[in-house]
Design a protein around this ligand. Sequence first.
Ligand code: FES
Ligand code: FES
Length: 152
Amino acid sequence: MIVTFRLNGEQVNARVAGPASLLDVLRDELGMYGPKEACSQGECGSCSIVLDGEVVCSCLVLAADAEGSEVTTVEGVSQGGLNAIQEAMLREGAVQCGFCTPGIVVAASKLFETHPRPTRIEIKEALAGNICRCTGYGAIIRALESVAGGEA
Ligand code: FES
Ligand code: FES
């Protein structure tokens, strides 16, 4: 079947086979390699995207259900360069591996879109679904607090 939705502001038509996940279609049909497949079970957040205004695990979404939706991947969170969150993460050395970082950027970008001055608790809550087993999250939280404090 063909599924039509908006991806990072552009309308796309994707070929979808049966029960394919939105993650598989984004990567394999549409060339969006930012969302990563790690756990495939909705546990790690490496496949995070924004679907109709909510951060979701794209490994758990049926691609067929994206018909008519608005989808944003990490490729679409900034237009023409890095956004303030990405800049702050670079500055603080908060960039982890290519699996966890895209999902963290998506979740954080969505948080700041709706809460430009989040508290530390709100930052932690927004990242609760993004697992990195290699960090204490200190640099990530410092980076996001610097954006919240207007330093970025
Ligand atoms: S790959 Fe989707 S949550 Fe881990
Ligand atoms: S999972 Fe990405 S650095 Fe730990």
